[in-house]
Design a binder for this molecule. Structure first.
Ligand code: ADP
Ligand code: ZN
Ligand code: ZN
Length: 753
């Protein structure tokens, strides 16, 4: 063998998907000692009494345990590095920052099939398509072969070749496909599953469609970021709704693609971004792939591999796309950077936006964060000069104006299931003039509570400290916290009266009220329940895009990303939630949501109207939002945060724990805090007094899913102090016997309380 690896010690350090914050050492068996074992390749190793798949993090290590105790690697799964250097570096950063096991981070970076040991090759499959005679033949002429006729009918529906796996899923067999081929009616080609995207026209040209001439603000943003390719820098693009942020993304992406680099675009939810994906696909002749949880395992693997081998020019994806490999990544765009869905809510609780910024700096490439309503964290970074601050203050389309917003005080008004009855004629007049009307209510279901009119009994979830939500489609009581479902009682279980009444409204009830009030126009409801079936969202969107007058009622799904050019009136049923929220981010979220919802109105040439129902029409913050002054609104909130010593002026972490036994949770948290304090008295450990510890205390909803939830807040004006305290805390937790009895998690920069 070559002398290159002679001095390799045959011990490697492997990241394994186990909840321990360490890697594991294994010795190479003789048959693998002549192999080149690249960092980032997968190995199969024994762990306790099973085998696990891990990733090589280090070679030639001096083992941490006695050499006799080392167990041998069972198998090497990859010839080369599966995870790139930059992914491994990112994994290590994330593990440190989130105080998460590096093995779990590494495992997040692998698509499920690779996690399970699958081969890292792009697999091809047969794609079937009709020949000319197949297109012309009437299936009715294939009298005796009814299944073949059905297959012919199916293929006649498609212009594009159809994957054999899709046909099999529709119930056709391989021999039926081959029979059509034998008759000269169909033929197949082997293609990768992402083939339609990869087969796009000429490869040399980047542009498939001309870009738009930019206005001055857009042009400045594009030239600023395109001028910094190959440099590390983060820019915040703050552009009002409709200001043409997407066009800016497209033209900066174009600059990177023309240098032969790849572009990663993060979006909050792929289902809400079909228009963005479409615009990238229309604009560029390079393949534009998507990466999100809606793909099946094979599609995910292919997209991952095609991004890794450089075939994907643009990858548009949700949160976990920030962890995918690239051959030559040149630019990261984070659209709607304020969106809470960038934060992972379980497991490794990372923020994809923050990970994007870190990855950009590791790779020395620009990162562009875009939003009409940037997070206070990003605004703070922009104000402090850490990010370039690019602004688009005008709507891009000449005739388009920001809507007029009215704060409509509903104190003492006559309400009809959450809607001021006085607004009904206003809505009618918009419909009569051919406009569409969007009614926004941020609560799904029929009503958030079911009450006995006789004794005041309320339907409670047995598992949670929460009320059951009444749904009518299908009829049920549903707990939105643990998914517990119960039949709707006919009589009160407490006093046996039959007068059970829904209290308050959700989307279903609002839909019902609107259907009664506007029986001449269609009413469409858009919420998680109504669009849960595949394709349902597309169907409603298609109806809306016909431009016919209609009423849309929905949750924040409606506020994200969609363009509804014919919407001339938006009604926000309840703007006040943020004022009563226990979460210090409540007002920020309220401002973002209101601004985004209002932004749906009047995108075309007519100026839209927005009516906001509130009990606080005199409130200054609401008035700023109504005046489209999100910048001043966010400035005020930043001042409040500074005074309150809250993020982004301080750094926070939240230790959560839960168990069936409240005593276990409490003791667990008390013990680990006590252990850290005791350690802090040792001379070699300094506990910084800059970290403020609050708790243990019950979580906002103490009992959830039959378990007791408690938490401890940690807060510090210095990030480093917070992190060194967290390091100690995690050590204390791992040494604490009760940690095996409770479920616990550590959330750095928590987004929810
Ligand atoms: P945003 O993402 O900021 O809400 P979009 O990028 O969707 O806004 O742009 C809103 C509309 O303005 C789109 O219809 C887009 O085609 C149009 N648009 C964007 N830039 C220009 C431009 N420079 N000239 C004319 N129209 C533009
Ligand atoms: Zn009762
Ligand atoms: Zn529940």
């Amino acid at each position: 063998m070559s002398s290159l690896f002679e001095d390799d010690l045959p011990v490697i350090r492997v990241a394994l998907p186990v909840p321990l914050r360490r890697c594991f050492d294994y010795v190479l068996p003789p048959r693998l000692q002549n192999h080149y074992l690249p960092l980032g390749a997968r190995v199969r190793v024994p762990y306790r009494n099973k085998e696990l798949i891990g990733v090589i993090m280090q070679r030639q290590v001096v083992p941490e345990i006695e050499p006799e105790k080392l167990r041998p690697v069972s198998d090497l799964l990859d010839d080369g590095a599966l995870l790139s250097d930059d992914q491994l570096k990112l994994a290590q950063w994330l593990a440190r920052y989130c105080h998460a096991p590096v093995g779990e981070v590494v495992s997040l970076m692998l698509p499920p099939l690779l996690r399970q040991g699958g081969v890292a090759h792009i697999q091809e499959e047969a794609y079937w398509q009709l020949t000319l005679s197949g297109r012309q033949l009437d299936p009715a002429d294939m009298k005796r072969a009814t299944r073949q006729a059905a297959l012919l009918t199916e293929l006649q529906k498609h212009e594009q070749p159809v994957a054999a796996s899709v046909l099999r899923a529709l119930g056709f067999t391989q021999s039926q496909m081959t029979a059509l081929e034998d008759k000269g009616l169909a033929r197949y080609e082997m293609q990768t599953r992402q083939a339609p995207e990869l087969k796009q026209a000429p490869k040399r040209a980047v542009l498939a469609q001309l870009s738009l001439p930019l206005n001055d603000e857009q042009a400045h943003a594009v030239s600023h970021v395109s001028g910094l390719l190959h440099c590390n820098n983060t820019s915040l693009l703050q552009g009002v709704t409709g200001s043409g942020k997407t066009e800016v993304y497209l033209q900066i992406a174009e600059a990177a693609l023309k240098k032969g680099q790849q572009v990663l675009v993060l979006v909050p939810e792929i289902g809400l971004a079909p228009q963005t994906v479409e615009r990238f696909r229309q604009r560029f002749s390079v393949p534009v792939l998507t990466f999100h949880s809606g793909l099946n395992d094979k599609e995910r693997l292919d997209a991952w591999l095609l991004s890794r081998n450089g075939k994907a020019g643009v990858l548009i994806g949700t949160r976990s796309a920030v962890l995918t490999p690239f051959k030559d990544l040149g630019l990261i765009i984070v659209d709607e950077e304020h969106d809470a869905s960038y934060k992972q809510g379980d497991g490794v609780r990372y923020s994809a936006r923050d990970a994007a910024v870190v990855r950009g700096s590791m790779l020395s490439i620009p990162v562009l964060l875009g939003s009409a309503t940037p997070s206070l964290e990003s605004l703070y970074n922009a104000r402090e000069g850490r990010y370039s601050w690019l602004k688009l203050n005008q709507r891009a389309e000449k005739a388009s104006q920001l809507p007029e917003v009215y704060l409509h005080d509903i104190k003492t008004r006559r309400m009809q299931s959450g809607l001021d009855a006085g607004l009904i004629p206003v809505i009618s007049s918009h419909l009569e003039q051919g406009g569409q009307v969007l009614v926004f209510i941020n609560r799904r279901g029929f009503s958030p509570a079911l009450m006995c009119h006789e004794c005041g009994w309320l339907a409670q979830c047995e598992q949670c400290d929460a009320r059951m939500t009444l749904h009518k489609e299908p009829p049920r009581l549903h707990c939105h916290h643990c998914d517990n479902i119960q039949p709707i009682p006919k009589i009160c279980p407490n006093c046996f009266h039959a007068e059970l009444k829904p209290v308050g409204s959700g989307t279903e009830r609002t839909e019902e009220v609107l259907e009664q009030a506007f029986s001449d126009w269609p009413v469409y409801r858009i919420d998680r329940d109504s669009v849960s079936r595949k394709g349902a969202m597309e169907k409603v969107l298609a109806k809306i895009h016909t431009g016919e007058p209609c009423v849309l009622v929905g949750t924040q799904m409606l506020a994200k990303g969609h363009h509804f050019p014919e919407v001339s009136l938006v009604v926000v049923l309840d703007a006040d939630g943020g004022f009563y929220s226990a979460d210090f981010r409540g007002l920020e979220r309220m401002g973002q949501l209101l601004t985004q919802v209002a932004g749906r109105a009047g995108r075309a040439s007519r100026r839209g109207k927005v009516v906001v129902q509130t009990h606080h029409s005199e409130d200054e913050l609401l008035a700023l939002l109504a005046g489209h002054d999100y910048p001043e609104f966010s400035q005020r909130l930043l001042e409040q945060r500074e005074e309150g010593l809250l993020p982004p002026y301080t750094y926070m972490a939240l230790l959560r724990a839960e168990s069936h036994r409240v005593q276990d949770v409490d003791s667990f948290l008390q013990n680990v805090l006590q252990t850290t304090r005791t350690w802090g008295q040792q001379p070699d450990i300094q506990l910084s007094d800059e970290v403020e510890v609050t708790g243990p205390m019950p979580a906002p909803m103490e009992r959830r899913n039959g378990r007791y939830h408690m938490q401890v807040w940690l807060q510090s004006p210095r990030r480093a102090s917070l992190h060194s305290r967290l390091d100690l805390l995690v050590q204390a937790i791992e040494a604490e016997p009760l940690s095996r009895k409770v479920r616990w998690s550590l959330d750095v920069d928590p987004q929810e309380m």
